[in-house]
Design a protein around this ligand. Sequence first.
Ligand SMILES: [Zn+2]
Length: 281
Amino acid sequence: MKTFSKEPGKEPRRQIACPVCGSANFRPRWSSEHYSFARCRVCGLVYQNPQPYQDILTQRYDDEYFAYEKENEEGYFRLMRLSLDDIEFDAFTSTIPQDRKSIIDIGCATGRLISSLQQSGWTVQGVEICSASAEYGMLKYGVPIHIGTLESRRFGDGSFSVAHCSHLIEHLTDPSAFLQEVRRILSANGWLIVSTPNIAGFQARLMGEKWRSAIADHIVLYSRKTLGLLLKKNGFQICRIKTWGGIGAGIAPAWVKKPADYLAKRTGAGDVMIVLARPVP
Ligand SMILES: [Zn+2]
């Protein structure tokens, strides 16, 4: 599946310090006509600098984006299920008492994942910035979806035992504010699941600025190291991490892709990573 991306025009941007370590010391990494990625000289984070404003980014999630989400709904659901199996979702959540099984899926698109979890007895909540996706999902699956950002809803302290966000964190201009809010709404012994492109993976190294995730909509591109630093800074510790995807579909024949995928997974150099983390007591 292709990554959705809209080429931005000229839009207001501002110089920022590294969103992970706060250093203003960076060097240019990749650039295109309207946006460029920098690499922090202190922690190694790759992030867009200058950075677009969040309210302008929000406007990109329009009807065109909804059409993309709707078309790929089942494909993404299958991928999410596979990635959750990778971190043994069913096993670690089996210790949560049934009446406390509550999950929030932030950036839930049409709510396909929470609809499936609701059927297996979970109390579910979605959050989605694209109103068309959220409205479609609420109607189709009958699941609750808050339209807007997580921070705009103010859920109660410790409301959820699991927070899931798939391909969301790389879109955020202030990932620390987001993680602080997640920590607040998670129960003390809750679980956080984050999946995001892996800039330390094989594909990113091979493709450079042509990497499919080096796009305008991705504000920060994380590696295992920099995502770990961000989580630690915001009170989370990593319990498990898995990666997948060696070579993109259509780039190489199956006899190359298959062993490359296998190798990427074995070595942690996959194109996408999924992290299981918990709040530090
Ligand atoms: Zn840094």
